[in-house]
Design a protein around this ligand. Structure first.
Ligand code: CA
Length: 228
């Protein structure tokens, strides 16, 4: 389970973060105050990343960061800072944090930062073990094979790369440009249509009903999403 703690006193911003991280496949533990965040972390020692708002009533985010770091060096910490805050103060006090995100931020930016930190802190155990399991699929990243309900599905290397990209980003809408970059590489000079063609073929192999795809869904005018 990919668990993240979110400390933010403003309910609307907290809700926005929780929705977007949940969509990206994270289990989110919420806290409204620094004190509550420290307590929730004691109850959830398996949380691998913490998002800490700086401006809070009571103890501020920097102090929460310092207290977490006093006993926990492994957890990844991202500070949420307001644009108005001086960068000097942020960087000066950021010694215990791994990263920071400036408000206002987009869902894509937020999940990208959390994903990156999760990978750096070794929280992505499924990938490290050489397998990504998302029932009914099992992707073996060592032999580059895919099974559905225990049965091997024959994929081309490109189809495999697309599956891996999707399964590493569950619930996240990926633009056709992003898929092209991740699968074919940034140097690839070609048309986006190649993404659609490959996904159409991949759907024939993995979907229960190609007329009504439920694993790879279309995000109209944007791209595709791996989600259930
Ligand atoms: Ca705040």
């Amino acid at each position: 389970m990919k668990k993240v703690l979110v400390l933010e006193d403003e309910a609307s911003i907290r809700g926005f973060i929780v929705i977007n991280l949940s969509r990206a496949g994270y289990t989110v533990v919420e806290a409204e105050s620094g004190e509550e965040a420290l307590e929730k972390l004691r109850e959830n020692p398996d949380a691998r990343v913490a998002l800490l708002d700086v401006m809070l009533p009571g103890i501020d985010g920097f102090e929460v960061c310092r207290r977490i770091r006093a006993t926990n060096t492994k957890i990844g910490i991202i500070m949420l800072t307001a644009r108005a805050q001086e960068m000097d103060k942020v960087t000066g006090l950021m010694t215990g944090a791994d990263d920071y995100v400036t408000k206002p931020f987009s869902p894509a930016e937020l999940t990208a930062r959390v994903d990156a930190l999760f990978r750096r802190t070794g929280g992505d155990e499924q990938t490290a073990a050489g397998e990504i399991r998302q029932a009914p699929f099992l992707l073996n990243t060592r032999n580059r094979t895919l099974e559905k309900n225990g049965e091997r599905i024959k994929l081309t290397q490109v189809e495999y790369s697309i599956m891996k990209t999707f399964m590493e980003n569950p619930g996240k809408a990926l633009s056709r440009e992003e898929i092209l970059d991740m699968v074919w590489g940034r140097d690839y000079f070609g048309e986006l249509k190649i993404v659609d063609v490959n996904i159409r073929r991949l759907r024939l192999k993995i979907e229960d009903n190609v007329q009504n795809p439920t694993y790879i869904t279309t995000v109209w005018g944007y791209g595709y999403k791996w989600g259930f």
